[in-house]
Each structure stands twice: as structure tokens, then as C-alpha cells.
Design a protein around this ligand. Structure first.
Ligand code: FES
Ligand code: FE2
Length: 379
């Protein structure tokens, strides 16, 4: 059932989806203070592998330091160059790309090339700023704000469900697409099923009666559980599952939105964790990490066959994910364009109550302590 049975106000104004100052405020108030997915654990699995990206406008370097993942502000203490160039690289030492200053794993300066030319200057305080980094659920998370809660504390009561569903998995695909729309257009589209009969004519076809929906609305997340798909699972799927994997699982489809931009799905042996990164007021990157269970039943000579079978299931699942994304994204440009020219306030139905909950959370961030300050990044 839905949690509410009346319409909701559309709290975000049309300009919130395109105004540069709203985008800049969200970078400061939302993304700099959030746990952001930066990569899968697999992508940074080897010592020396590193990734330089921007989070909320802050350059961040995440690095595998002899098996431990660490994050730093990617700004050199010498003359402010980015220590590492954007994207994935591999470097045995944490060394700045400009003049070669080297830093230890704690961020302290460890090697100063031609040190004698710095005579009279004290190097003791020269260091990279360390940021908080956690590996969990097969992914690497960074929070650029010192002093906020741990990943699990921030995610709140959804964490046990993630520990149950995102455990012992193999990464099977990464689906990266960019779109000329505001990030909230993509997120809001993902958390309501009202558009299904119009947009998903090749996949889901129609939306379900309210009695098959279980909506959960919590301070830090919302969920949709499809009660119709929960039990019984199709016998064919159960047989394939028993044959391939040792673990048991629940079959119902669930979709979770952890604010601001984590969109998770699980059903049977399929798991996907999608994030939507804001790249500009009208530009976003959507990254989907697709996982399947790790615990193949077959070992030894049979294991390669089982791996092929799981690979084929992953290929088909990814194909379906592409198809659904294609249907959804075909509408996003129209929503963005209309939003920019809208004279209306908009309105949300009870069926769209997860959108309403997201908008309420986002508006509350504007009013929370420190939200309007320009640079409360370090503690
Ligand atoms: S700016 Fe990094 S070593 Fe000079
Ligand atoms: Fe959709």
C-alpha cells in the first residue's frame, strides 16, 4: 500500500532543475556532505590503482595504498596542481604530477625533490588533506566532509538490508551514460511507477494495483517492494538458481532510493546499484553497477561451464537494463525542456509519494545547519 492517499505539493520549483545557483548550492549542501560512490571495489583492487574525480566541486583522489583504500583532496601542497590527472591511473607512489612531491599514506610530505632549494622553509605541515573513504557493498564511497557520520550511520536503517543483499557478489557490468538533463529528473523518474504504462510499453507495460505496492518512507531513504513478484518465484528461475548458486535468496523485486542519488534494485540473483552524478545544471552521468552472486555451486572442472551460464544470465539482464533505460531516457529531454519553460507549480500523486519524500529531504538540506555556508568542508 501507499503511505499516503492524497496528492502532495511539488516542492521543487521549475528553476531548481536548471538554475546554475541551485546547482552550485546543491554541490555544497548535498554532495559535499554525502557518501558518494566513486568506483567499484574491483576497479581499485590492485595496489597503486587510483582514481581522480570531482565530488561536489572538490577534486578527490582515491587510491589503493598497499591494499588499503584511502582518499585525499587531490590538491598539491606545493603550488596547488591536481596531484593526479582525472580518471583511473596506476602509480606505485603518491606523487604529484607537476614537480614530483611525494606523500605518505597519511598524506604527509615524504619526499621533496631538490629539497636544498627550499632552505628556510619548514616542510612539517605540508600534507595532502585526507578524506573519509569506505569500501562496502562491492563499492568505494567517499565523503568529503570531515565529522559527519559513518557510511552505515548515514544510510540509517536500510543498512541491514544492504548487508543482506549486497554481500558476496561479483561485479558483472558497469553501465555508464550521460544525459543533458538535471540529475533530479533522472532520480525522480526512477522512484515512481506512474509513468510505466506510457513509457514502458516494451517492458513493464502497466502499473500495478496499489495493493501490490509496499512503499517504505524513511528519513534517509524510500523503498518500493513489489508484493506481486515476491512469492512464488517462477519454478524455472528457482531451478536455475539452485543449480548455479549455493546461497538462497528472496525473489521479490525491490527498489531503494537512498538520498540523494543512490538507486538500488534487487530481485532473485540480480543486483544493481545506480548513482546519478550531477555534472552541471543540465548535465548528468548515470552509472549502474550490476552484480550477481559469487558462490557458484560447481567447482573444479565444471566451474568454467557454470561461469559461462552465469555470464549469459548477466548478459541478458544487462540487455534488459539497457532496454528499460532506453525507454526512460527517451523522455528525459522532454521533461527537462518542459521544466525550463513551465509556468506551473506541478503536483504529485500518492503513487508518486517517493518523489515527494525526496523533494522534502532536499528542501530540508537547504535549511540544515551549515548548509548555506560556502566552504564548511573540513572539520
Ligand atoms: S604543484 Fe605539486 S609538486 Fe609542484
Ligand atoms: Fe521507468
Amino acid at each position: 500500500m501507499f503511505q499516503s492517499h492524497t496528492a502532495h505539493s511539488h516542492l521543487l520549483a521549475p528553476r531548481d532543475y536548471s538554475a546554475p545557483e541551485v546547482y552550485a548550492a546543491e554541490q555544497r549542501q548535498v554532495f559535499r556532505r554525502a557518501w558518494n560512490v566513486v568506483a567499484s571495489v574491483d576497479q581499485l583492487a590492485k595496489p597503486g590503482q587510483q582514481l581522480a574525480i570531482d565530488i561536489g566541486g572538490i577534486p578527490v583522489l582515491v587510491r589503493n595504498d598497499a591494499g588499503t583504500l584511502r582518499a585525499y583532496r587531490n590538491v598539491c601542497a606545493h603550488r596547488h596542481s591536481l596531484v593526479a590527472p582525472a580518471g583511473f591511473t596506476c602509480q606505485s607512489k603518491l606523487r604529484c604530477q607537476y614537480h614530483g612531491w611525494e606523500y605518505g599514506s597519511d598524506g604527509a610530505l615524504s619526499h621533496l625533490p631538490d629539497g636544498s632549494s627550499f632552505k628556510g622553509w619548514k616542510a612539517t605541515n605540508a600534507r595532502l588533506e585526507q578524506l573519509r573513504c569506505e569500501a562496502a557493498f562491492g563499492l568505494v564511497f567517499v565523503n568529503p566532509t570531515a565529522g559527519s557520520g559513518s557510511l552505515r550511520a548515514e544510510f540509517g536503517s536500510v543498512s541491514p538490508a544492504l548487508d543482506q543483499h549486497f554481500v558476496d557478489l561479483s561485479l558483472r557490468w558497469i553501465q555508464i551514460t550521460e544525459h543533458d538533463v538535471n540529475w533530479k529528473i533522472i532520480v525522480e523518474n526512477a522512484v515512481e511507477g506512474y509513468h510505466v504504462p506510457m513509457v514502458h510499453q516494451q517492458t513493464f507495460v502497466t502499473y500495478q494495483d496499489e495493493r501490490f505496492h509496499d512503499h517504505v518512507i524513511e528519513p534517509m531513504f524510500t523503498q518500493y517492494h513489489d508484493l506481486k513478484s515476491a512469492e512464488p518465484a517462477r519454478p524455472r528461475d528457482v531451478a536455475i538458481d539452485r543449480l548455479l548458486f549455493r546461497s538462497k535468496r528472496l525473489w521479490g523485486y525491490s527498489h531503494t532510493h537512498i538520498f540523494p542519488n543512490h538507486l538500488l534494485s534487487w530481485a532473485g540473483f540480480y543486483r544493481e546499484w545506480v548513482i546519478v552524478e550531477p555534472l552541471g545544471p543540465r548535465r548528468s552521468r548515470r552509472i549502474g553497477y550490476g552484480f550477481m552472486p559469487n558462490d557458484l555451486r560447481a567447482s573444479g572442472a565444471l566451474a568454467p561451464l557454470w561461469r559461462v551460464a552465469v555470464g549469459e544470465i548477466a548478459r541478458r539482464t544487462r540487455k534488459m537494463a539497457d532496454k528499460i533505460l532506453g525507454e526512460d531516457s527517451s523522455l528525459w529531454d522532454s521533461v527537462q525542456r518542459g521544466t525550463e519553460a513551465s509556468p506551473h507549480a506541478g503536483v504529485l500523486s500518492a503513487r508518486e509519494e517517493r518523489v515527494a519524500a525526496f523533494q522534502q529531504w532536499l528542501v530540508a538540506q537547504r535549511d540544515s545547519p551549515g548548509a548555506t555556508s560556502a566552504a564548511p568542508i573540513t572539520g
